[in-house]
Design a binder for this molecule. Structure first.
Ligand SMILES: [Zn+2]
Length: 250
């Protein structure tokens, strides 16, 4: 078991590093394999020693080896979060087919978080690819009832679409499509829970951001990271949360 935890952590940080590249390059219509990663400041191509997830950042003290330009902390943090979430997936779900769905969900959320933080874009290409993957996975690894993911997807789309109209652009097109895809992962009740949690997390981040002077009142804020946090809590702990809440009401 310990071996599987270590294996999933290493796999997670390596894939997390790749998802950073995907999230940064797809919106700019660049290839995700070529050219090799380079420093955005001095364009020095990174050697294998500089490409070790998390550790290279720590060894280099968060700076480019060549020009000493600071590297954004977001990238090693995203690598680390992917490693931790892969381990959490196995810890919560165990060695079951659903583990594949969990790792797919983490992968999707890692990529869209990077894109949304960097460009305020949730790329269509990424959503379409993951829509295809999750529909395939849900065919063989269904929820009960089998049409629950379809209900989740329709509800996610309609709910966010209505909010986008009512709020007049408070919700982006990418967010609407993302919720439709998330419906297939989560099913109806967890999708609704994910939405409430995402709104809650988004509000908390917004308020703290305003206090810290980071988020301007009128400036739109990327909603992707909040959606990612809300979806992960709903996916991993949704049933527990709903049971706990219902017990409170009795
Ligand atoms: Zn550099």
């Amino acid at each position: 078991m310990a071996f599987l935890y270590i294996y999933l952590f290493i796999l997670g940080i390596i894939l997390g590093s790749f998802y950073n590249v995907v999230g940064l390059r797809i919106p700019k219509k660049q290839s995700i394999v070529k050219p090799r990663s380079a420093c955005p400041n001095c364009h020095h191509t990174l050697t294998w020693k500089e490409l070790i997830p998390v550790f290279s950042y720590m060894i280099q003290g968060g700076k480019c080896k060549n020009c000493r330009q600071k590297i954004s902390l977001i990238y090693p943090l995203m690598e680390l979060s992917c490693g931790i979430l892969f381990v959490l997936s196995f810890h919560v779900i165990g060695l079951q087919a659903e583990l594949i769905v969990a790792l797919t969900l983490v992968s999707l959320l890692q990529i869209i978080t990077v894109s949304d933080l960097a460009y305020m874009i949730i790329p269509n290409k990424v959503l379409l690819l993951f829509l295809f993957i999750i529909v395939m996975e849900r065919t063989f690894i269904p929820l009960t009832p089998w049409y629950d993911p379809i209900l989740g997807a329709i509800t996610g789309f309609v709910l966010l679409y209505v909010i986008a109209i009512v709020s007049k652009g408070g919700m982006g097109g990418g967010d609407i499509k993302l919720f439709a895809v998330l419906g297939f992962f989560l099913g109806l009740s967890n999708l609704l829970l994910a939405f409430f949690l995402a709104t809650f997390v988004g509000t908390v981040i917004g308020v703290f951001g305003m206090i810290a002077g980071q988020v301007k009142r009128k400036k739109p804020m990327p909603f992707g990271p909040s959606i990612a946090i809300g979806s992960l809590i709903a996916y991993f702990y949704g049933t527990d949360l709903v049971d706990w809440y219902l017990a409170l009401l009795q």
